[in-house]
Design a protein around this ligand. Structure first.
Ligand SMILES: Cc1ncc(COP(=O)(O)O)c(C=O)c1O
Length: 396
């Protein structure tokens, strides 16, 4: 299936995990871009969650599409399926925020009924299942991120329900990949190795301060600066020129569309073993975190899964983050403000108050660090965020 020989082994390993043919891609965002270009026409309206990572928004824009903000649930930050306005939608991109599954069975059924294309973005949810089936396989196509799972810091997969679509997607991939020099290949492998070492040796705090002091942490706040005027200019081309958009598409991953050589691919293959090795500890961490007073209702009520992060909802979140950072814990994965507040060109979604509450209070916690975080949050006297719902919105 693959133009890159060594990718076949990775693709076979992924196919065995999810039960569907896959293409290896350098990043989930690149896979998503290929899928959006393949299944949609310029100007199509595609529903995405405002609580999501901005890379999803930027690939939708890069594909020449119109992003529409989804209603979101206060219980898990995912798409609130019963409240979707389906008018004029050509597609939906799932969220599976932090690994907590979207209501994909309902989404699939509604999309099928209405002839809407569902793309199943499982970038956060490589180990999530719904009714025994892997998240990422509920759509016409789906994507996965090795940058997050196994902390490989690059790599991902694109899968399609109909394997006959894959050869054309592979051609499109090979045409858009950029050659990576030896230095970029080596750095792509060394970076995650170095990061793992830092985490294992407990040097997070001094490293974090050093990186900030050296100006290597490129922005403060939770999202990259939008630079909206330049963005609008970069989007003007027809078709959209990916090079003009590189600033927005390479957030946290400079080599998001670099052809990955044997060294990087071998490293990524080795991270599958890490994912499997950590699975038990991850579930145990989720089991602990979901019982805490800060846990999101949706996680508390669901059967524990090996989530990427567990969303806690806390008062004075940014102050809590600053205090955690000073103790060597850097939470990450905070997507604040919601995408419709982030860019003026994105029209406001139907549940903007809930989205704002969610992104303004969420503290995503790595289940592998559950016990330490539970202790720290108690020690810091962190209070749960008051729920935003009114009596009529409360669950039965
Ligand atoms: C939900 C979601 N989808 C897709 C992506 C893109 O993943 P990758 O970094 O592998 O391109 C991200 C994060 O960047 C994400 O959070």
């Amino acid at each position: 299936m693959s133009g890159q020989n060594g990718s076949r082994e990775l693709e076979a390993a992924m196919r065995d995990r999810i039960g569907q043919e896959c293409l290896h891609v350098p990043s989930a965002r690149f896979g998503l871009l290929l899928a959006l270009r393949h299944w949609f026409e310029r100007g199509d309206r595609v529903l995405i969650s405002p609580t999501n990572c901005e890379t999803v928004l930027f690939v939708v824009l890069a594909a020449g599409l119109e992003p529409v903000m989804a209603p979101v649930s206060w219980r898990d930050g995912n798409i609130d399926v019963p409240n979707i306005d389906w008018n004029g939608l050509a597609g939906v991109v799932t969220t599976h925020l932090y690994g907590q599954p979207d209501r994909v069975t309902e989404l699939r059924a509604e999309c099928d009924r209405r002839g809407v294309i569902l793309l199943d973005d499982a970038a956060h949810a490589m180990q999530t299942t719904v009714g025994g089936r892997a998240a990422g396989t509920f759509g016409t196509a789906g994507v996965f991120s090795l940058a997050k799972h196994g902390r490989a810091m690059s790599g991902g997969f694109l899968t399609a329900r109909d394997p006959a679509a894959l050869p054309e997607l592979a051609r499109a991939r090979d045409e858009s990949l950029l050659p990576g020099g030896a230095r970029a290949q080596l750095l792509g492998t060394l970076r995650p190795v170095l990061r793992e070492t830092i985490y294992r040796t407990g040097l997070v705090r001094p490293m974090w301060h050093a990186l900030k002091a050296l100006g290597l942490v490129q922005w403060t706040g939770h999202r990259c600066p939008p630079r909206e005027k330049e963005l609008r200019a970069a989007l003007a081309g027809d078709p959209v020129d990916l090079r003009a958009l590189d600033h927005w598409l390479r957030i946290d991953l400079d080599d998001w569309r670099m052809r990955q050589g044997p060294l990087l691919r071998r490293y990524q293959r080795s991270r599958f073993r890490v994912i499997d090795r950590e699975r038990g500890r991850r579930v145990a961490g989720v089991e602990l975190l979901r019982t805490l007073p800060w846990a999101a209702e949706g996680v508390r009520d669901a059967a524990p899964q090996p989530l990427l992060r567990v969303p806690l909802l806390v008062e004075n979140r940014d102050e809590v983050v600053a205090r955690l950072e000073s103790r060597g814990v850097v939470p990450g994965f905070i997507y604040d403000p919601p995408l419709d507040d982030y860019l003026e060109l994105v029209p406001e979604g139907p549940s903007s108050e809930i989205a704002r509450w969610w992104t303004g209070h969420v503290l995503p916690v790595d289940p592998l660090r559950a016990a330490r975080m539970a202790g720290l949050l108690t020690e810091l006297d962190v209070r749960p965020a008051p729920r935003p719902f009114t009596a009529s919105q409360q669950p039965a």
